[in-house]
Write a protein that binds this ligand. Structure first.
Ligand SMILES: Cc1cc2nc3c(=O)[nH]c(=O)nc-3n(C[C@H](O)[C@H](O)[C@H](O)COP(=O)(O)O)c2cc1C
Ligand code: FES
Length: 639
């Protein structure tokens, strides 16, 4: 493909791509995101290829591998257009049936449709599945329509028209103004207004400026950025080029974690194709604007996602944060003005330019505009990536989209904002999500992690778990974070092991604000959130651990025991056979007994004991009843 040398060339190219495509031609799309790859989509795709050939219809049907659709737990996902029939958990062995029914005939393979867990109703179309129906997928929607390795798919959907508009119809200052007016705030954590950041960088002194994509995404369980980069890399690239034009940068970096091989691969292909077509390089589309992009693979430390640490890593040094007396928009990479934005922030830019700032600002709340993608995980029925307008309530996400709590259990808390977010209790489920509302509750938007916890989660243990993670990830450069988090972890560990004292709560309450106020970077400044929020909303759980040596959720091993109620045991042998450490004794006619010395408190016996017997019992805060003496263990069967 020859480089496009003018705006007219781009229009002609789009028309040519569309002219070649028959909108009525059936298309089988197979999700090839990392989630579906893990569940075997590649062999499903191969099976489709062979089956279409076997039936001699390969020329009449398009076969496309797309990016992540978001509902990864149902993968591999296959969607057939134009009817939009969505098949879930597809295996290679299902392909012959799908082709004969839905391609060669006009039927639907019922057993592969998604069934609503509540109503059991089977749903044909992907967009009618409640998980998708209640979302507004402005950023993520095209993931299921484009082959990320084929730039023509992106162009066919109007891709790079925002870049053309910015280059030929707007001055750089007007682009900055439009982004400011849109109210877009950074999606990577801090929620800083993007337009203001660009303006400061544009106005900063210096001929060489950089624009950077932050695709480090170190939050455990979060994969929004990975899925955008893997599934629709051109949307991020287009935003980046527009940003570079607005700011006056000629070099861009995409900082992506090495552990995201598919994102690295797809973004590399996208850059190459964009260069070939003339969207990157010298004299872009004949506008006179020059811009190049390089990919930098991160070495996988959570702290490297922090802005100054990331820039230090880009320079080839160890990724450690620096004090920000001077902002990175003035003195960033190699001391030059640098504008760093999150993947999702960049992906919003083409939309704002194409659809206008007013349109964008009409979505969301007073202080938070547009949509936000969340990684919904934990104890919900539907886990996956969820894009909703700002202002959607936590309840809507967890119940309408997430399908409620797994196994009908009781909701306990939702942690938003990644490992240093806070845990929000049930009474705030109707909170409208926006940057400021979440901060008021002691949590934060962060980059969009959302972990749902049920009645079986111990909130003291949750605080210990995240403090432990942050303690390990602290770079150790500043004392409050390095030593303060260690002390917090020690105190929390003591409490979960039944060694906590009343003074410990006071100590945690004293330590947490000191770390938050004095740490060098936002890792330490936000790290006390899990502790502070659980102390605020679940203090009774801390008190039960300290005063009664009891874990109300039966999660803290040192405070929990399992025993078999001899009056309920039917000697069915199930617990005995499943115990991984052979701690259970008994026979076919003998009630079973757990050897407390051998038991590792893994809870397997409790999970496998048939509900109708309910013989295995969890206890906490009280002594384990003595088992019946050997001679009284014989079971008298009445049935
Ligand atoms: C410990 C730590 C890790 C971070 N990790 C990321 C990350 O992985 N991705 C990201 O976009 N921002 C991350 N941030 C936020 C960045 O410092 C920065 O605010 C953001 O990239 C700016 O882009 P935005 O304005 O578009 O959000 C992290 C911050 C901290 C303190
Ligand atoms: S990877 Fe296929 S739905 Fe996410």
């Amino acid at each position: 493909m020859a480089r496009l040398k003018s705006l007219a060339n781009l229009d002609a190219l789009r028309k040519a791509i569309l002219a070649e495509r028959d909108p009525d031609k059936p298309c089988i799309t197979i999700c090839a995101g990392t989630g579906c790859q893990a569940s075997g989509c590649e062999i499903v795709a191969l099976a489709f290829e062979e089956e279409l050939k076997k039936n001699g219809v390969e020329a009449k049907i398009d076969l496309k591998k797309t990016g992540c659709h978001g509902f990864c737990e149902q993968g591999p996902l296959v969607v057939i257009y134009p009817q939009e029939i969505c098949y879930t958990k597809v295996k290679a062995s299902d392909v012959t049936e799908i082709v004969s029914q839905s391609i060669l005939d006009d039927k639907i393979t019922d057993r592969l449709l998604y069934a609503d867990p509540m109503t059991k109703e089977k749903i044909n179309r992907e967009s009618d599945i409640p998980f998708y129906k209640n979302q507004k997928r402005l950023i993520f929607g095209d993931n299921s329509k484009v082959d990320p390795k084929n730039i023509a798919d992106y162009i066919a959907l109007g891709g790079y028209s925002a870049l053309a508009k910015a280059l030929f119809e707007m001055t750089p200052e007007e682009v900055v103004e439009e982004v400011k007016k849109s109210g877009l705030r950074g999606r990577g954590g801090g929620g800083f207004p993007t337009g203001r950041k660009w303006e400061e960088c544009r106005n900063a002194a210096g001929d060489i400026k950089y624009v950077i994509v932050n695709a480090d995404e170190g939050d455990p369980g979060a994969y929004m950025d990975r899925s955008i980069l893997e599934g629709n890399p051109h949307s991020v690239l287009e935003g980046l080029i527009i940003g570079a034009y607005a700011i006056g940068a000629t070099i861009g970096y995409i900082y992506v974690r090495q552990e995201y091989p598919l994102a690295v691969e797809n973004v590399g292909i996208a850059i190459k194709q964009a260069e070939e077509y003339g969207f990157i390089g010298q004299n872009i589309l004949g506008s006179g604007f020059d811009f190049t992009v390089k990919v930098h693979r991160g070495a996988g430390a959570f702290i490297s996602g922090e802005s100054s640490a990331l820039m230090t890593a880009l320079e080839g040094q160890v990724g450690e944060p620096k004090p920000k007396h001077i902002h990175t928009v003035i003195k960033g990479v190699w001391d030059r003005p640098s504008a760093l934005n999150n993947v999702e922030t960049w992906a919003n830019i083409p939309l704002i330019i194409n659809k206008t700032a007013d349109w964008f600002a009409s979505i969301g709340t007073e202080g938070s505009k547009g949509t936000k993608i969340f990684s919904l995980v934990g104890k919900v029925n539907n886990t996956g990536l969820v894009e909703v307008p700002m202002g959607t309530t936590l309840r809507e996400i967890i119940y309408d989209i997430g399908g409620g709590i797994l196994k009908g259990k009781k909701f306990k808390a939702v942690q938003t904002g990644g490992p240093s977010g806070g845990c929000i209790p049930e009474k705030f489920l109707d909170t409208k999500i926006d940057y400021d509302e979440l901060t008021k509750l002691g949590s934060m938007m962060g980059s969009g992690g959302m972990i749902v916890m049920d009645e079986d989660s111990c909130m003291v243990d949750v605080a210990r778990y995240f403090t432990d993670f942050l303690c390990d990830e602290s770079c150790g450069k500043c004392l409050p974070c390095r030593e303060g988090l260690r002390r917090m972890r020690e105190i929390l560990t003591d409490i979960t092991e039944g060694k906590g004292t009343e003074e410990d709560l006071g100590l945690l309450e004293e330590l947490a604000p000191v770390i938050a106020d004095t740490a060098l970077c936002a890792l330490g400044q936000t790290a006390p959130n899990p502790v502070m929020s659980t102390l605020r909303y679940f203090r009774d759980e801390y008190e039960a651990h300290i005063r009664e040596k009891r874990c109300p959720a039966y999660q803290c091993k040192a405070l929990t025991s399992y025993y078999i109620d001899p009056t309920k045991c039917k000697a069915c042998m199930i617990c005995l056979r499943n115990c991984p450490v052979e701690a259970i004794s008994g026979g076919k006619n003998q009630v079973h007994v757990i050897d407390q010395g051998k038991c590792t408190k893994c809870g397997t016996c409790f999970d496998v004991c048939p509900t109708k017997f309910g013989a295995v019992t969890r206890i906490s805060g009280e002594p384990v009843p003595a088992p019946p003496p050997e001679r009284e263990r014989e079971l008298v069967r009445t049935e």
